[in-house]
Design a binder for this molecule. Structure first.
Ligand code: C5P
Length: 333
């Protein structure tokens, strides 16, 4: 029997996403609160001579060559560990493509774990997390899952305690948004040039700090202040009360995403009319996450939003859920 490993990794939503001005390397310092949700990318890794990729589910038209993050993850692990074997990867995607939910990052995280097990590289979770960070800012979180604060580029994670299960309605758009394009629009709206210098001193309320911080007050600080996650959001997650959490959802990328995709305004309005507790664009969008009280309320909000025909697809999910995990490992002989 061919040795094989099956792994799944979750998509995420950002409960808060505060963004600072671009650094010289073009990345933006972030302070974000990730929650992993119950939409999964599944990777089946089978022993083979070369690295190959097949995609099922969403994104069947995505590239399967070395530009795909899953292929890059397998190759990076191979180079780092000195393994000379290949892998046949089969990806089954549930997370919206280019939807602001880190589906590609979940593919990379699942592939790292699957190949690590298949090849027996013996790398620990910490070494895998380091490789994850090299692949992309959101990849480390897809490995760890649950709830975490992300600083730096979003890849420096601090686990966050969260109580209870939250019920979300996701409005998924047929066409995704480019993350770099949304960050560029953010820079244009705030008067930042892409190399990190503020044009004309920036605009009122813009962040002008170079780094990202962990604790402290509200993120909309003045000159020199780093983006920060509001401690009230951390307390809200301990309350297990969606009514409390609803007051603390925020996203600095929502305005640029709306600028590029004005129809998202209709989605947010539809969520409000449908009785959602609050709604926010996830990450760089265009997926909108609407918070519900419980499972029956989520079903009701989803029904009303579906009837409003503001999105290609309306899904219900829960969070937080664990990060990448092995579902099956057949050792073969
Ligand atoms: O790291 P990842 O490949 O997911 O990032 C995609 C793009 O999003 C980056 O090339 C950059 O343009 C933008 N980005 C950013 N600041 C971050 C994360 C991503 O500007 N913290």
């Amino acid at each position: 029997m061919t040795p094989k490993v099956q792994v799944r990794a979750p998509g995420k939503i950002n409960l808060a996403l505060h963004v600072g001005p671009p650094r010289p390397d073009g990345y933006h310092p972030l302070a974000t609160l990730f929650q992993a949700v119950s939409l999964y990318e599944e990777v089946l890794a089978e022993a083979a001579d070369d690295v190959t990729l097949t995609i099922h589910g969403r994104g069947a038209d995505l590239p399967t060559d070395a530009t795909n993050l899953a292929v890059r993850a397998a190759q990076l692990l191979r180079e780092t560990s000195g393994v000379e074997r290949g892998v046949s990867l089969t990806l089954t995607k549930e997370v919206p493509v280019a939807g602001g939910m880190a589906g590609g990052s979940a593919d990379a995280a699942a592939t790292l774990l699957a190949c690590d097990q298949l090849w027996g590289t013996g790398l620990g979770r910490e070494e895998l997390a380091e490789l994850a960070g090299e692949l992309g800012a959101d990849v480390p979180f897809a490995l760890t899952g649950l709830s975490a604060m992300g600083t730096g580029r979003g890849d420096l994670l601090t686990p966050v305690m969260s109580r209870g299960t939250y019920h979300w309605v996701l409005a998924v758009q047929a066409e995704g948004l480019s993350t770099p394009a949304v960050f560029r629009e953010f820079d244009a709206l705030r008067g930042f040039s892409p190399d990190g210098a503020a044009r004309g001193g920036g605009v009122p309320g813009a962040h002008s700090g170079g780094g990202a911080d962990v604790a402290g007050a509200d993120s909309a600080g003045g000159a020199g202040e780093a983006p920060r996650v509001d401690p009230a959001l951390l307390s809200a997650l301990l309350s297990a009360d969606p009514l409390v959490l609803a007051r603390h959802l925020s996203n600095d990328l929502q305005e640029p995403a709306l600028e590029l995709r004005p129809e998202l305004g209709d989605v947010l309005a539809a969520a409000d009319r449908a009785g959602a507790l609050a709604a926010v664009v996830s990450g760089s969008g265009p997926t909108v996450a609407a918070l519900a009280l419980d499972a029956p309320h989520a079903a009701s909000v989803a029904g009303v939003m579906r009837a409003a025909e503001v999105a290609g697809e309306i899904l219900t999910v829960t969070g937080p859920v664990p990060g990448a995990r092995v579902l099956e490992h057949v050792h073969g002989r």
